[in-house]
Design a protein. Structure first.
Length: 201
């Protein structure tokens, strides 16, 4: 059986091929990635495949599939989250893209809410639509979700200033990667590094 590490290397190669110009090579790559998505039970590989399919949608229309993956309640949360980001890349100008992402802000799956919020910010949605979602996720039990929410706030910069009091406790989070993201978010939001009193680990 092929190891997960080997499979990821193969998948990343396919992701790179997704950026090829339209033509037979792109069609072949699309077929291989789609097959991988349908056959793989590994969450990370399915996420890679969805990202690749979104990247190549300019030449091969994969938008309907991305919409289905985003809305599929039986799909792994991280895979549907990847579909949210990929949909924003593949069809940023489609009104339905924004509508589906706005719906995803109400999702029960936290990874999907997070991805939808960050995707909407890329599509220039108003801060007041996104900020409450990201701020609420700062209290999530999973460090990966807290970190993702912080990274999203960092992308928003000064427009996320109202989240400052929610970000501050995470400067001392138990998880080192969360603390790093918190300091980056704090700097982006406030325009300066956290004071020494806020840097204790």
């Amino acid at each position: 059986m092929r190891s997960a590490g080997c499979s990821q290397v193969v998948t990343r190669g396919l992701v790179s091929s997704a950026w090829r110009p339209p033509g037979s090579a792109g069609v072949i790559a699309h077929g291989r990635i789609l097959e991988l998505f349908k056959s793989s039970q590994e969450t990370e590989l399915r996420g890679y495949a969805v990202t690749a399919l979104g990247a190549m949608s300019a030449s091969i229309n994969t938008v309907p599939m991305l919409k289905n993956v985003l809305q599929n309640q039986e799909e792994w949360p991280t895979v549907s989250a990847a579909a949210a980001q990929a949909l924003a890349t593949a069809a940023p100008g489609e009104p339905e893209t924004r509508r589906l992402l706005q719906q995803a802000l109400q999702e029960r799956r936290s990874h999907v809410r997070l991805a939808a919020a960050r995707a909407l910010w890329r599509l220039q949605a108003p801060a007041e639509e996104i900020l409450p979602v990201l701020t609420a996720l700062l209290h999530h039990k999973l460090a990966t979700v807290r970190r993702g929410a912080l990274d999203g706030l960092a992308e928003m910069g000064g427009t996320a200033r109202n989240s400052q009091t929610e970000v501050e406790p995470l400067l001392d989070d138990e998880n080192e990667m969360v603390r790093r993201s918190a300091h980056a978010a704090w700097k982006s939001i406030t325009g300066g590094a956290a004071s020494n009193s806020k840097k204790a680990n």
